[in-house]
Design a protein around this ligand. Structure first.
Ligand code: UDP
Length: 310
């Protein structure tokens, strides 16, 4: 296949490019490098099946030749990124998704959008199943991301229903692994870099809020299976192993061997109190479930940050 990945220089986008190339596909990576890092795809520069285009997906995309699939992964994705870039976040989810869907329609490509567990907001149903409509504050600081993803899903379904585009929607839950940005503010790079530097781990709130962390290789496998499937309804992909942020901090301390202390800071506005994917849909329709344990995934991620000098 000839495949386009938007957000190709991001954490997930770059791992997706690697996987698509390994499967023998031709990949066109698009990124405006606002939160993406070209170093994530530097190793692909000599590959004759890979092409990188610096482009903002909210602007019209000209592409000659056929396109078999388009994976739309461009967006600021960590809470501090989308709080710093609220309008860009809304634009890439709305205008960017529109441009990407327009190109997919024109080329007859299948289309896969990176949606998020954030569409469930601060969930009142636990664990979250795809048929839950969510509990989102549209005007809160996180609303720029949550509503951008929700609008992206709505537009994707409209192109599917009105224009017959072959679309897929993946709802991605917390994912971690090598190539996360050290300073993106998310809990995994924050705790690992703090632990390696011997600085206190900054727990927001009292640490009783929960998350369920999926290693990046598992997530990419789920997305690749979804891309090849005939599912058009949203599909959760994530690891259901749920833990509190306090437990997560203790695990990072154990695995790094760090003597860092724990410090408690205010909980950000609208921070979800619980999050855990119900993955029965992915299991049944894609035959997918995660394989990499938190311990093994964290080992590789800690190694990545150590090698990067942290
Ligand atoms: N968190 C924390 N300390 C940090 C960064 C995040 O305690 O230095 C908490 C955050 O408040 C949230 C959880 O860890 O409850 C996961 O945050 P992250 O930003 O990784 O992603 P989210 O799941 O909120 O999108």
């Amino acid at each position: 296949m000839r495949v386009m990945v938007t957000g190709a220089a991001g954490f997930l986008g770059s791992h997706l490019c690697d996987r698509l190339l390994a499967e023998g596909h031709e990949v066109i990576g698009l990124d405006n490098l606002v939160t993406g890092n070209i170093r994530n795809v530097e190793h692909l520069s000599g590959n004759p099946r890979y092409q990188f285009i610096k482009h903002d997906v909210t602007e019209y995309i000209f592409l000659s030749g056929p396109l078999d699939a388009l994976l739309h992964f461009a967006s600021p994705a960590s809470p501090i990124d989308y709080l710093e870039l609220p309008i860009q976040t809304l634009k890439v989810g709305a205008l960017g998704t529109h441009k990407a869907l327009g190109l997919a329609r024109e080329k007859g490509s299948r289309f896969l959008i990176a949606s998020s567990s954030e569409v469930y907001g601060d969930p009142l149903i636990h664990p979250q199943k795809e048929d839950y409509w969510g509990n989102v504050n549209p005007i809160g600081p996180r609303g720029v991301y949550d509503e951008a993803k929700r609008f992206g899903e709505a537009l994707t379904m409209a192109y599917h229903r009105s224009h017959g585009v072959d679309t897929k929607i993946v709802r991605i839950f917390n994912t971690f692994g090598p190539r996360m940005r050290a300073n993106d503010g998310r809990v995994v790079p924050a705790f690992i870099t703090q632990a390696l530097a011997g600085k206190p781990l900054t727990i927001f709130g009292d640490g009783t809020q929960t998350r369920s962390f999926c290693f990046v290789s598992d997530l990419i496998e789920g997305i690749y299976r979804l891309l090849l499937s005939d599912l058009s309804e949203p599909c959760n992909v994530g690891n259901p192993a749920e833990m509190t942020i306090q437990q997560f901090a203790e695990e990072v301390l154990r695995l790094t061997g760090s003597k860092s202390t724990l410090t408690y800071e205010p909980l950000p506005t609208d921070d979800p109190k619980v999050r855990q994917p119900d993955i029965s849909h992915a299991k049944e329709k894609l035959g997918w479930e995660p394989r990499v344990s938190l311990k093994e995934g964290l080992r590789q991620t800690i190694e990545f940050f150590r090698a990067a000098g942290y």
